[in-house]
Design a binder for this molecule. Sequence first.
Ligand code: G6P
Length: 484
Amino acid sequence: TTERSSTTGTAPVLVASNRGPVSFGTADDGSLTLRRGGGGLVSGLSAIGDPNAVWVCAALGDADRRAAREAPHGRLDLAGHDVGGQAVRMLDIDPETFSRAYNGVANSTLWFVHHLLYATPTAPSFDAGFRTEWAAYEAYNAAFADALAAEAAGNAAVLVQDYHLSLAPALLRARRPDLRIGHFSHTPWAPPEYYRLLPDDVARAVLTGILGADRAGFLTERWARAFAACCEAVLGATVDHDALTVTHEGRTTRLGVHALGADADFLRERAHRPDVDERLAALRAAVGERRTVVRVDRTELSKNIVRGLQAYRHLLRTRPEWHDRVVHIAFAYPSRTDLAEYRAYTAAVRRLAEEIDAEFATPGWQPLILHVDDDFPRSLAAYRLADVALVNPIRDGMNLVAKEVPVVSDHGCALVLSREAGAHAELAEDALSVNPYDVIATADALHAGLTMPAGERADRTKRLAAAATALPPQQWFLDQLNAL
Ligand code: G6P
């Protein structure tokens, strides 16, 4: 559908993303409970403090759907909740369409492509089932374009987020050519030779969908250049490599690089509340005088948790001096459990953790503390305590853990950081860089971190914190808005 709407809405600024700033659950008495989400977008949008701003997102579960259905015109009533001022419109997309778009295309296909996650002898296989999923992804993107077109005031700025919504910019432009449209990718972008494993029409549709925006934003220059290279290779588009623009079928899209930073004010305040202090005391009691290696991730294929554990095991196998002198605190929170690959990966993480425990634990020493239940204050406590932070993704758009740890660290923390994380572009100088596939090199980096002199560690942490907070989320958001 490319109909142009005759009426316009009232919002001068809009954000669109799959996961919104709030989510719902159901209390024991059957009533709906509301949870506020975190992340850069939430603080970014609340920074503009415009009560007419609208956030369009998808209802993600049954409770969200009920809230969306009960909301007048789909607008949630958030009065009395501290969610940043803007209105939220949650789209009640039918569950089957949603699941095919979110699980099938966004998370099993586009996420895999951008993070280079396929084991290509057997996957992917673009069969009839994929075509059904792709049609759902088109419908899901059209539902967002319809809602945005209806909510946006004339000439409004619309900031569309991430790989779930790669078709929405072009669909929205067809409906509302008056709008200023931005798209932002929070993921890496695949190099052309890998991107081209997508079916040709899909590969083209994703690129032309994003090129429907006036500006396409990325977390690093590397990902922006990969996108431009895909536009050249797949679409035959004209790329100006100096100005970072892509021209295709008479329209030019500017590429922008906005390296989202950590929110220092929020983190420092949050990390010193009583609930964090309590958890810090509990972790300290468990660790004693030993050194700590900390990691905090979603249980996500691209986070490379298994090789991280293998590296820790290699450290203990080859450097027995660390026995009873170090504890690895690994928080691996549940994520995308609808996908079989993620369930299998979660099982692999648990299995390896048990093996490490069986191989090294003694009555007085637990070498590995693995937690799989999400607890944000406990994550902050671990950040404060860490002697070494392990951030070793296969590939990552940015990775905010790498930026958050130095900000809240109590006594300085060595950062072992994958060179394939977007954050590496800014933090390389004071991090211990690793090739994420090289388990032995990762073990060596852990050892280097554990033996780094306290003074050097504190100095590096200070510089890491400064680099990590160079672009706070509020400014990151405003920069994109102003550039539009
Ligand atoms: C990444 C994506 C986000 C996504 C988040 C959590 O950071 O860039 O768009 O919201 O992962 O994944 P989920 O599937 O739970 O929303």
